[in-house]
Design a protein around this ligand. Structure first.
Ligand code: SAM
Length: 237
């Protein structure tokens, strides 16, 4: 094994997940291939196996505990990068329909290769989130949309909430978040026909602080959103 099975089990249990050996084997392959691929394409600064388990895998599995996702749900990860949290959700989830978006195709090449090695299927889409949010096949199409470490909450809201179905949820996963970022984010939820649903603070295994903020989509979003990236960065919601 490349990763520690005991650490993986322990960290997952902290988020109420009991991982089978079959699933742990898949995480082991993921870590091994991530480190190997990372030698040619820059995917992550975290390459030590225990750190991959704690900071990437377990951190991603927190999604299950706090989001309320269920079997059969549609789920999109915006700015998935090397696959976090989307690929762990695919590996450990039960019949979740997964779409992984990223603006950088060379990262998605790794994901495509990895899914082949893991014998798993997801829609892997090279697109900017704000473009996807205007397209009928993606707009208001997902029960859950998440993003980890991609942008400020109010910017992320404009990327993600157009993709969420009415009644669905946007789950933002971050390190510690400032009060100002949170207040601005919650104001952006309102402009995007959504409301704050939950605000959760917790710690991962090494003690680092994490924050999950969940917005629930209440009604259809104005067609003027998402705006293009130039407008979003010049005048964030
Ligand atoms: N979510 C991964 C994680 O937690 O390890 C990757 C985080 S990385 C810091 C941010 C990722 O978001 C990059 O892969 C970048 O290409 C992607 N990204 C940034 N803005 C985006 C946008 N507007 N649409 C799609 N992907 C975007």
């Amino acid at each position: 094994m490349f990763i520690s099975k005991d650490l993986m089990k322990l960290c997952a249990a902290e988020f109420d997940m009991d991982l089978s050996d079959h699933i742990i084997d898949k995480f082991d392959t993921y870590a091994y291939e991530l480190v190997k691929y990372n030698e040619k394409v820059n995917l992550t600064a975290i390459t030590e196996p225990d750190e991959i388990v704690v900071k990437h895998f377990a951190d991603s599995l927190a999604f299950f505990k706090y989001s309320g996702i269920e079997s059969g749900n549609t789920f999109a990860d915006v700015g998935t990068g090397a696959g976090f949290p989307g690929v762990p959700v695919l590996i450990a989830g039960d019949n979740i329909n997964v779409t992984l978006f990223d603006a950088v195709n060379k990262k998605l090449d790794f994901i495509r290769f990895l899914l082949g090695e893991l014998d798993l299927k997801a829609d892997v889409v090279h697109i900017r989130a704000e473009e996807a949010g205007k397209m009928p096949e993606y707009r208001e199409n997902f029960d859950f949309v998440t993003a980890r470490a991609v942008a400020q909450l109010r910017v992320l809201s404009e990327f993600c909430l157009p993709l969420v179905k009415i009644g669905g949820k946007f789950v933002s996963m971050k390190g510690d978040i400032s009060e100002e970022e949170k207040v601005n984010g919650i104001a952006a939820f309102k402009k995007l026909s959504s409301e704050l649903y939950d605000d959760i603070h917790y710690n991962i295994h090494n003690g680092d602080a994490r924050n999950i903020i969940i917005a629930k989509k209440i009604s259809q979003i104005s067609p003027k959103y998402p705006r293009n990236m130039g407008q979003i960065s010049k005048k964030p919601l």
